[in-house]
Design a protein around this ligand. Structure first.
Ligand SMILES: Cc1cc2nc3c(=O)[nH]c(=O)nc-3n(C[C@H](O)[C@H](O)[C@H](O)COP(=O)(O)OP(=O)(O)OC[C@H]3O[C@@H](n4cnc5c(N)ncnc54)[C@H](O)[C@@H]3O)c2cc1C
Length: 287
């Protein structure tokens, strides 16, 4: 299929890009095009104008300041994946990225584009939610920070206004001593997850869990923190019974209905298996 007719804008400043969005109802941002262009070809998206961010300088930088990894809007997945400074302080990013599509798609697709696309089964939104990250959005009324917990509304929908551009994603650097792990089940490598779990575990000196963060994707209409499972693990030594309690506590969060990929019951099963595996891996990495 070919896309429907659209106009094209290639601004050189954020202000001009915001102006192109706010003055053209139905205009959409184009970043790497790896999700938007297929959607247009399938006639699932019909933007009046594509506002291409490619020529705006300064959007392709990665920096680490004050314990936060700042990822510009035009940083490709692959740039973040291969950044050794990022890997030194947050190795889970590289591990998670290996599950995002395939190298040619990661060469073009952007990290921020993935967050804005907000597929409920996508890995980078899960990572942002797991680590309490945020994005910076710029619109006609100025700029604002949107916390990950407030960003994802439901499948492919965020709280970003239509005339706002997300200029940066902020991934907090995990504390020293924190152990992080991630795993997913997908039918083929590179597909979106049928279910995925990320975990962050911090321990007290006596080996009990001082902090547990668990996030999931693929199991509902957005990436979700598993608060009841986190509570079930906190203060424990992660014995088998503690892990079973965390699995039981997660069941209510698995709201995805039966679909062509999996039944709700199968997602419940997968989520339980992944929680046990990922929490054990994160705990083994916690110092
Ligand atoms: C075959 C295939 C397999 C894939 N598998 C996976 C997978 O397993 N996991 C996964 O997470 N992703 C997967 N993807 C998606 C891929 O990661 C995309 O690159 C990513 O989701 C979108 O990034 P993009 O830069 O290409 O965004 P685009 O396609 O350019 O944009 C996507 C959406 O976000 C909006 N947008 C983009 N940037 C901004 C911004 N800065 N401000 C405001 N709005 C913005 C656009 O308007 C559009 O609505 C797959 C894609 C393909 C084609």
């Amino acid at each position: 299929m070919k896309p429907p007719l659209f106009d094209y804008a290639s601004p050189e400043t954020i202000a001009d890009a915001v102006s192109a969005l706010s003055s053209n109802p139905g205009a959409m941002v184009l970043a790497g095009g790896q999700s938007l262009v297929p959607a247009m070809n399938f006639r699932l998206a019909s933007p009046s104008v594509l506002v291409d961010l490619q020529r705006i300088p300064g959007l392709d930088t990665i920096s680490i300041d004050d314990g936060v990894i700042r990822v510009g809007a035009m940083v490709r997945h692959r740039d973040l994946e291969l950044d050794d400074a990022v890997n030194a302080v947050h190795p889970l990013i590289r591990e998670v990225m290996a599950h995002v599509a395939h190298v040619p798609i990661r060469n073009r697709g952007t990290v921020v584009g993935s967050l804005c696309h907000a597929d409920a089964a996508a890995e980078m939104p899960l990572l942002l939610v797991l680590t309490d990250g945020a994005v910076k959005a710029v619109g006609p009324k100025g700029e604002r920070i949107i916390a990950a917990r407030d960003l994802f509304q439901f499948h492919m929908t965020t709280t970003r206004d239509a005339d706002e551009i997300v200029t940066e994603a902020h991934f907090p650097v995990p504390g020293t001593g924190a152990g992080l792990a991630f795993d997913e089940f997908a039918r083929r490598h590179g597909d979106y997850a049928i279910a995925a779990i990320g975990a962050l575990i911090e321990k007290n000196g006596d080996g009990t869990v001082s902090r547990a963060a668990l996030a999931a994707c693929g199991i509902g209409d957005r990436p979700t923190r598993l608060a009841a499972s986190e509570a079930a693990l906190t203060g424990t030594r992660l014995d088998d019974a503690d892990l079973e309690a965390a699995v039981r506590a997660a069941r209510d969060e698995i709201t995805a209905p039966d679909d062509m990929h999996a039944t709700n019951a199968y997602r419940k099963h997968l989520t339980g298996a992944l929680i046990k595996r990922v929490v054990a891996a994160a705990a083994a990495r916690a110092k």
